[in-house]
Structures are given as C-alpha cells and as structure tokens.
Design a protein around this ligand. Structure first.
Ligand SMILES: NC(=O)c1ccc[n+]([C@@H]2O[C@H](COP(=O)([O-])OP(=O)(O)OC[C@H]3O[C@@H](n4cnc5c(N)ncnc54)[C@H](OP(=O)(O)O)[C@@H]3O)[C@@H](O)[C@H]2O)c1
Length: 327
C-alpha cells in the first residue's frame, strides 16, 4: 500500500510517499481502507519531535513509528477474529495515535472509532474527531449549561470551532474570539457574540465569563484573569510560554477563587459516539479549510504549520481526485 513515511525528525520535507506492507489486523482490530485523513497539530509535533520530551514516547533518536496520521474515515476491509461490533464494508470514522496517513490502517475495535455519521462525507468525517475530542476533554469539568458563559479564544482553529459548537449544544452563552475573516463562520457555528481580536482586546471590554477557554494556546491566565467571573475557570490546551501553566494550575488551587486548568485529552469511543449523535442531530458540523491529495502531504503540512488554518486540513486518500479545494 502507499503510505506517508518519515525516518528522522525535522521539517515537513522529511515526509515522503512510499510503498509499504499493508498492516494485518490483530484479533481485536479492524483494518480500514482510508478514504480521508487530516494533518493536525499533533502530527506536526510528532514529526518535529516538539516539545523535545515527546522523544521519550516516540523514539529518542529517530521515530519508532514511521507513519503519522491520527484522524481517519474509511471502509472496514477486514476484521480480527475477536471483533464483534464491525463488519467488512462498514463505513467508520475515528481517531488514533499514528498510522492514518496511508491507504490502510488498523484500529482497535474498542478504540475511538464508530460507524460514520449518516449523510456525512468521508472528508468531513475525517475532520471532526480530533478537535471535538480535545475540546470535549478540556471542557469536561467546566460545568457548561444554560445560564453559564464561556469565551473561546482562537475560535477559528480545529479545537476552537469544536469548542464553540459543543458549548452551544450544552446551552452555554458563547463568545468567540477570532480575526475579522472568520467572524461569520463562528457566528454560523452558534456563537452568541463575537470579538474580532484585530479590533478589540476582550480583556479590556469589561465583560466577564464563567469560563475562558484558550483553544489555541496563545493567551494566558494572567491576562484573562480580570475577564473571569468570581469562581471562574481558565482552561488552556497548551503548556504556555516556557511551560508555565502547570505551575499556575497548582498556584490557583490554593490562591484566589479563579482557577486555571490544563486540558488533557483522552480519545474514547464514548466521545466519538456522542459526536456522531450530535452530527446526526444537525448540532455539529465539520469545518474544512483545505483538502490535499495524500501525495501533497508536504504542502498540506506546511499550510498547517502557518498556524492560520481555519478548522481542519484534509488529506484525501482513496477516491480523492487530487484537486478538492486545494489552492
Ligand atoms: N491538550 C491537548 O491534548 C492538545 C492536543 C493537541 C493539540 N493541542 C493544542 O491545541 C491548540 C489548538 O490546536 P488547533 O489544531 O485547534 O490549532 P489551529 O487549528 O492550528 O489554530 C489555528 C487558528 O488559530 C487562530 N489563531 C492563531 N493565532 C491566534 C491568536 N494569537 N489569537 C487568536 N487566534 C489565533 C488562527 O486564526 P488567525 O487567522 O486569526 O491567525 C487559526 O484559525 C494548540 O495550542 C495545540 O498545541 C492540545
């Protein structure tokens, strides 16, 4: 099969397309013929081995796993003997650690995978799990419900567009912060209020929120503190400048009534099933910026690393015509 491989850490150019052995499913795995996958920020982090400590998990000197790719949507091609939930021919979507930048990949039946939402294309289904499951994990203890308010900073990214939709579904009052070109998009995703960060600094407009969610790792507890209501929660997706956030999290446990939290993501089947329900109920949709064919993975990765993508960047694999919306 064709797969994107890399043998050393480095810039996007370390990625190349190669013929490799097709994986064989273990007893509890399904083999998926991948129709679409994505390039996301975690794929980029693994490829660059950034931050440095990730080498401890993925290989000290060189990558232990040669194929990146987390999100997938495709068709079940084979099942291991212990698999009971899926059958050959089922259309599925989900998210895993590695291996989806390929024509075929295996995923555990009990992993973060489910039948593809009815009426959703493979491209769209590939582009929903990572952002939504990160946002859902980060906001799990934020007690979002009617009467509570949240500000989503970086609302136009993969995690941000997901957070706006999930918070809206829970009934919270949502304020989305993004730049001018994405204001209409975030409104269409359900934001009650929008703030254009090029025109206005939300920390200086006098508004306060129960939750401030930094969905892009570019803000800080210190700067957002005055925008939090008493007892408010600041949630970040990132360790922050010089990895200061864990210290702030600890400090705010003891000092003051406003807390900081670092979101830790766990990809679970239950969350994928919840997402499928939301999609089928018309309460959640995929936000796709650009599509690239698998062979243009370097170009796709360079675009993701601009830090300016809106929502998600898809790689089309089986059935991709190589053009899509790519520039
Ligand atoms: N906690 C976890 O387990 C976990 C896992 C993976 C990733 N992450 C983190 O999740 C975060 C978000 O990832 P992502 O994939 O959603 O990011 P992304 O899609 O690459 O975010 C890009 C978007 O952020 C906006 N943006 C960039 N700089 C901004 C700024 N200074 N202020 C406001 N908006 C800004 C960009 O819009 P403009 O056009 O306005 O620039 C663009 O739409 C990252 O910090 C990543 O490290 C966390």
């Amino acid at each position: 099969m064709r797969a994107v491989v890399y043998d050393r850490y480095g810039p996007p150019e370390v990625l190349r397309l190669e013929e490799v052995e097709c994986p064989v499913p273990q007893d509890d795995e399904i083999l998926v013929k991948v129709h679409a996958t994505t390039v996301n920020r975690t794929d980029c982090g693994w490829r660059k081995a950034e931050p440095f400590f990730v080498r401890y998990f993925i290989g000290l000197r060189r990558p232990k796993r040669r194929i990146l790719g987390m999100e997938l949507a495709g068709v079940v091609e084979a099942v291991g003997p212990a698999v009971t939930e899926f059958e050959v021919g089922d259309e599925v979507f989900g998210v895993k650690g590695f291996g989806a930048h390929a024509e075929y990949t295996c995923i555990r039946e009990q992993g973060a995978v489910a039948r593809k939402p009815t009426g959703m294309s493979f491209d769209e289904a590939a582009a929903v799990c990572d952002g939504a499951l990160i946002a859902r994990s980060c906001l799990r203890n934020a007690d979002l419900r009617p009467g509570r308010s949240i500000l989503v900073y970086g609302a136009s990214g993969s995690v941000g567009t997901a957070a706006v939709q999930l918070a809206r579904d829970l009934g919270a009052e949502v304020t989305a912060v993004c730049d001018t070109k994405n204001l209409e998009l975030v409104r269409s995703l359900g934001a009650d209020h929008v703030v254009d960060y090029l025109q206005q600094d939300f920390t200086k407009n006098g508004e306060t929120y129960d939750v401030v969610f930094d969905a892009v790792g570019k803000h800080s507890f210190r700067r957002s503190r005055r925008s939090l209501k008493p007892g408010g929660l600041f949630v970040d997706t990132d360790l922050g400048f010089m990895w200061h956030l864990p210290l702030v999290v600890l400090a705010t446990r003891w000092i003051g009534d406003k807390k900081a939290v670092l979101g830790i993501t766990k990809y679970t089947k239950a969350d994928v099933l919840h997402l499928k329900e939301l999609i089928e109920a018309g309460k959640y949709r995929a936000v796709i910026d650009r599509r690239f064919p698998l062979e243009d993975v370097v170009q796709a990765t360079r675009y993701v690393e601009t830090g300016q993508k809106t929502g998600n960047v898809v790689l089309t694999v089986a059935g991709g015509n190589g053009t899509g919306d790519a520039p």
